[in-house]
Design a protein around this ligand. Structure first.
Ligand code: SF4
Length: 360
């Protein structure tokens, strides 16, 4: 059995991967990336076939955060030039939920900046969740910072499907990226959500200066917590954040990270998240082989692809979306690859730059 086949076998049997093998997945130059991706794809296919879960993220409130997460443009310590705004109105949030549903999103994620919601904010969130769930058949996820069991219970009773709270990095590296709360605070929130029956979403930010060991640790921690939804973000250096320009990620390394998370978390919804376009570049579509989920069109403080480009990529690679609508329904009549009607058109369109037709 080859190394690749052994990885697939272990993952499909929900058996752990040894530390040395985790390191090989991330760094061994002898490994063939396509074979590694194929091995991860087989694990992805066993649970998710060729389906892609499309998420739409709504930054329901921007800025105003008293915490100091060093990667975050909304942190008090950040000098990033972002547009601060308080909580969006209910009408705005509901309208964005409608748009998300109609653009083929499986899940609508609402993110609220801040350390965590006070009881009044929890009540408001609960009533918003109720309204969205009554109007649209879409899954709802909330990311609202640190939450105790009481708050989590209220949101669960309002119909919340999923609670997001990212671990972001390993326990040993956590104090390098934040000083206003610690890893244990984050774990407690996840445990509170789990104890009231909320489905959890928790992931990582890759490229903040951590080691491979840190990444392996957090992938294993998420495995132990049996987190069903794992966003893998690739750090996007945002000007003005204390972390600045850390990163140094290559597209191939990003794909290896996704494979690692897939092998260690074979049944989880693995989401290639922020930084997909920025770091994977021309290899972006390859991320769909280990991952079965992505964001449609952008992130919290960074633009992503246009919705159409993302959907076209899914379609071109032969995947389909989990939605009441098909990719074709959502793409509508517009196509990103207009037909070339004639050689004459081609010549005309390219007169001023490049031409396939030799000039006389
Ligand atoms: S990641 Fe969340 S808690 Fe940390 S600074 Fe940003 S908004 Fe605040």
């Amino acid at each position: 059995m080859t190394f690749y086949e052994e990885l697939t076998r272990l993952a499909l049997n929900h058996q752990p991967i040894s530390e040395p093998d985790c390191h090989r997945i991330l760094k061994d130059p002898e490994l063939n990336l396509l074979l590694l991706l194929q091995a991860a794809y087989q694990v992805r296919y066993a649970k998710w076939e060729n389906k892609v879960h499309v998420h739409v993220i709504n930054n329901a409130q921007n800025g105003h955060c008293p915490e100091d997460c060093k990667y975050c443009a909304q942190a008090k310590s950040s000098e990033s030039d972002i547009q601060d705004y308080p909580l969006k109105s209910d009408e705005e949030i509901l309208e964005e939920a409608r748009q998300a549903y109609e653009s083929g999103a499986f899940r609508y994620c609402m993110v609220f900046a801040g350390r965590g919601p006070r009881p009044k904010r929890v009540e408001k969130l609960a009533s918003l969740i109720q309204e969205i769930k009554a109007k649209y058949p879409i899954e709802v996820c909330v990311s609202a910072g640190l939450l105790d069991e009481q708050g989590a219970k209220q949101l669960k009773e309002a119909g919340l499907d999923r609670l997001n709270h990212n671990l972001n990095t390993s326990e040993s590296y956590y104090n390098r990226i934040c000083s206003t709360h610690d890893y244990q605070d984050r774990m407690n929130t996840l445990k509170a959500g789990k104890s009231v029956g909320l489905s959890l979403c928790s992931g990582v930010i890759v490229g903040m200066g951590e080691t491979d060991d840190d990444l392996i640790q957090v992938a294993q921690e998420l495995r132990q917590l049996e987190v069903p939804s794992i966003p893998v973000n690739f750090y996007m250096p945002i000007q003005g954040t204390p972390l600045g320009s850390a990163s140094g990620l290559s597209p191939q390394y990003c794909l290896r990270v996704l494979c690692l998370f897939r092998f260690l978390n074979p049944s989880s919804e693995l989401r290639v998240s922020a930084g997909r376009e920025f770091h994977l570049r021309s290899l972006e579509v390859m991320s769909l082989y280990p991952a079965n989920s992505l964001f449609l069109d952008g992130y919290l403080n960074a633009k992503g692809s246009q919705a159409q480009t993302t959907l076209q990529m899914i379609k071109d690679a032969g995947f389909s979306i989990c939605s009441d609508f098909s990719v074709d329904d959502v793409l509508g009549k517009t196509t990103l690859s207009p037909e070339l009607k004639s050689l004459k058109d081609l010549k005309k369109a390219s007169d001023s730059s490049f031409s396939l037709v030799p000039k006389a």
